[in-house]
Design a protein around this ligand. Structure first.
Ligand SMILES: O=C(O)CCC(=O)C(=O)O
Length: 263
């Protein structure tokens, strides 16, 4: 199937594509149930050396284990429900249309955003990656709705055509690990990305985007993957986990062997 002509045009002109209703409710529920389980395991002191878990820096007295977490990285290799989505031929068709026949998934992270949690300031993902060739593709799956109040993404359409901007560190107390903020670019045409559960955003790694704080009473949750052309070179970070997913245009069985994290 792949992208329609209209979706290609959105990718070329705006640097992103939104696909409504891509994932069914039972898949989203299974993801949320699984990360809540992993959060409880973590709170109970069970080691998961294959995962990288980032604690929430803002919520002082979380009521549940999951409220104490900001992100869990590297889910796609050892956690079935996350690997199944990352290697879904429907998704690989889309990603393959944009990246070509040989593709790796290198980042998979569940982002918890409980009431009160901070968003991520304006940034381009390739600021962190510095990868060649371009682009890498971010795949942002709404596991809950993303509403104006609960910390949705905002994007600057067309900014994927820009170089990497200068940034300053995010100085807010409790800001996420390594967060930076673009300060040298005017933001006058930003667009809010409102999502229903199951909607999917594909976005270019130079697209300027941010997310706002969760000022609502409900959680906002998203599962985010990043894909790149095989043999991409660039910054390798401990939260990345490179896995072959497409070769010669055909899905390959993604390895499930845990890879030790080199921090
Ligand atoms: O989901 C969010 O709050 C931010 C995600 C984001 O900006 C990213 O993954 O690059």
């Amino acid at each position: 199937m792949g992208l329609t002509a209209e979706q290609y045009a959105s990718w070329d002109e705006r640097g992103f594509v939104i696909l409504k209703g891509f994932a069914p409710p039972d898949q989203l529920e299974a993801m949320i149930e699984r990360v809540n389980h992993l959060a409880r395991q973590e709170a109970a002191g069970e080691e998961r050396p294959d995962l990288y878990i980032a604690k929430e820096g803002v919520l002082d007295n979380p009521e549940t284990p999951e409220e104490g977490l900001a992100k869990i990285f590297r889910l796609m290799r050892t956690e079935d429900v996350f690997r199944d989505f990352a290697t879904d031929p429907r998704l690989l068709d889309l990603v393959g249309d944009l990246l070509g026949p040989d593709v790796d998934c290198f980042l998979s992270q569940f982002i918890f955003k409980h009431p009160g949690a901070l968003g991520q300031p304006w940034h381009q993902d390739d600021y962190y990656f510095r990868m060649t060739p371009l682009p890498q593709i971010g795949v942002w799956l709404a596991c809950t709705a993303a509403t104006p109040e609960n910390g949705p993404l905002w994007v600057v359409p067309g900014s994927h055509k820009e170089d990497i901007h200068d940034v300053v560190p995010d100085q807010r107390k409790g800001a996420g690990l390594g967060y930076v903020e673009i300060i040298d670019a005017a933001v006058d045409d930003e667009m809010i990305v409102l999502m229903e559960p199951g909607d999917l955003l594909l976005f270019h790694s130079h697209l300027r985007h941010k997310s706002t704080d969760n000022n609502s009473a409900d959680k906002r949750a998203a599962m985010v993957y990043h894909y790149a052309v095989a043999n991409t070179v660039g910054h390798r970070a401990f939260n990345q986990d490179w896995t072959e997913v497409l070769r010669d245009g055909a899905p390959v069985e993604a390895s499930t062997a845990p890879v030790p994290i080199e921090r």
